[in-house]
Design a protein around this ligand. Structure first.
Ligand code: ATP
Ligand code: MG
Length: 420
């Protein structure tokens, strides 16, 4: 039966299906491997939190909190929200469980779905997945450099090409207020050139004007004062050291004084990773320092830094690259007749003991239809097993990729497969 299905995913949400799930798994495995080598451990936090966990930390006047949150009242009358990002929830957890008492720096990573009510478009979903990390309790730029170089290693290891880092420092509570004033002064006679969103930002969050993608705002800000010219001595030193360390670690980067990021909690270092394959608006990963957030959540004064990688954008880029191999059965055993069918099951069991993907044909159907199935599955080898093979204890094998064929003793199948 076909036709329009009665039920569909909600707008902006999608099913992740095989074989794509295979790519997702391999990205996650690489993340675990590389992050572990840097001492990061997995943390799992709920997808649903009290709304205030996000609104206070991300900022009431940010796009995420103003427009994008999935917020509702639960049956107990509490305002709860599906998490739009991971950092706020991890910080909530860090404070709730006194994780600052662990040896420092404390380093965590997470995987999972995030929810933002945005206009769906390419690379932009309402449920999307992030891999993120958060590292606490070290103010030194060494930690920033380590986190950034770890992200670079991860993206390179999964096979992304042409990635580049943009870094910036957006200062601290000492120097940012004066910079904000300088920006307000600059834009005060240019308001009519700004988009409606930026007119609002002018009053509430002028730094965000620097991040706007509307062309007339880009034009209006071409001579705007630069944060990098307004940093206090401590922030300047921190940012300078970070650049030295990134050079030492052979991470290539460019300073972009307009990259301010859309969340209120950042201090000092911010960074984004863009890739050749994505539109210029779309970063595959982004992050920064947030030295005040733990304290704002009621914890001890603890500096921290983190990043989040967008899975859909990353997997989208991977799919553009040529060198993908999809999983396929190592062996398809075509069997002819009941006795051969039973023997095939036993052979498959032995191969599966060795974690090999083995498929068994339907011994009651023709060899031709079994071979067709092996072909559709793209099995690497087909073994053919009938009464005669059972008697001789020798199987026929066929390599579907290069059409080579031969024979192998039933007792030597494992060795045969291990050899190729
Ligand atoms: P953008 O400027 O693209 O809206 P953002 O600043 O809102 O990104 P962050 O909150 O920093 O994004 O999230 C980090 C990463 O998560 C982004 O770089 C992107 O890869 C991914 N991401 C963010 N929003 C979405 C979305 N709606 N759909 C898919 N991926 C997303
Ligand atoms: Mg966004």
């Amino acid at each position: 039966m076909s036709g329009t299905p009665q039920y569909k995913t909600l707008k902006g949400m999608q099913d992740i299906l095989p074989p794509d799930t295979f790519l997702w798994q391999s990205v996650e495995q690489t993340a675990r491997r590389i992050f572990s080598a840097f001492g990061f451990q997995e943390i799992r936090v709920p997808v649903l939190e009290a709304t205030s966990v996000f609104s206070r930390s991300i900022g009431e006047q940010t796009d995420i909190v103003e427009k994008e949150m999935y917020t509702f009242t639960d049956k107990g009358g509490r305002s709860v929200s599906l998490r739009p990002e991971g950092t706020a929830a991890v910080v909530r957890s860090y404070v709730e469980h006194n994780l600052h008492s662990l040896p420092s720096p404390q380093k965590f990573y997470y995987f999972g779905p995030m929810f933002r009510y945005e206009r769906p478009q390419s690379g932009r979903f309402r449920q999307f997945y992030q891999i993120g990390v958060e590292a606490f309790a070290d103010p030194h730029p060494r930690l920033d450099a380590e986190v950034i170089s770890m992200l670079g290693r991860f993206l390179t290891s999964i096979g992304l090409e042409g990635i580049s880092f943009q870094i910036n420092s957006i200062g601290c509570e000492q120097c940012r207020p004066a910079y904000k004033d300088a920006l307000v002064g600059f834009f005060s006679d240019k308001k009519e050139n700004l988009c409606p969103d930026c007119v609002r930002r002018f009053d509430r969050n002028p730094l965000r004007i620097l991040d706007c993608k509307v062309s007339r705002c880009i034009e209006a800000r071409s001579d705007a004062p630069r944060i990098t010219d307004h940093l206090c001595q401590d922030c300047r030193t921190h940012f300078g050291k970070l650049q030295d360390l990134l050079t030492l670690l052979e991470v290539s980067f460019a300073v972009n004084p307009e990259m301010v990021r859309g969340l209120d909690y950042y201090t000092r270092t911010t960074f984004e990773v863009t890739s050749q394959g994505l539109g210029s608006q779309n970063a595959v990963a982004a992050g920064g320092r947030y030295n005040r957030l733990v304290k704002e959540f009621g914890g001890p004064d603890t500096p921290a830094i983190g990043f989040a990688v967008g899975m859909e954008r990353m997997v989208g880029l991977l799919k553009q690259s040529a060198s993908l191999t999809w999983p396929a059965p190592a062996v398809f055993i075509a069997a002819l007749g009941e006795a051969a069918g039973n023997a095939a099951l036993r052979i498959a069991g032995k191969l599966r003991d060795q974690d090999l993907w083995a498929e068994v044909g339907d011994a009651e159907s023709s060899l031709k239809s079994q071979l067709r199935r092996a072909d559709r599955l793209a099995a690497r080898f087909v073994f053919i097993l009938g009464d005669e093979e059972l008697r001789s204890g020798t199987l026929k094998w066929k390599n579907l990729a290069d059409a080579s064929q031969g024979e192998v003793k039933m007792t030597e199948i494992q060795e045969f497969l291990a050899a190729i």
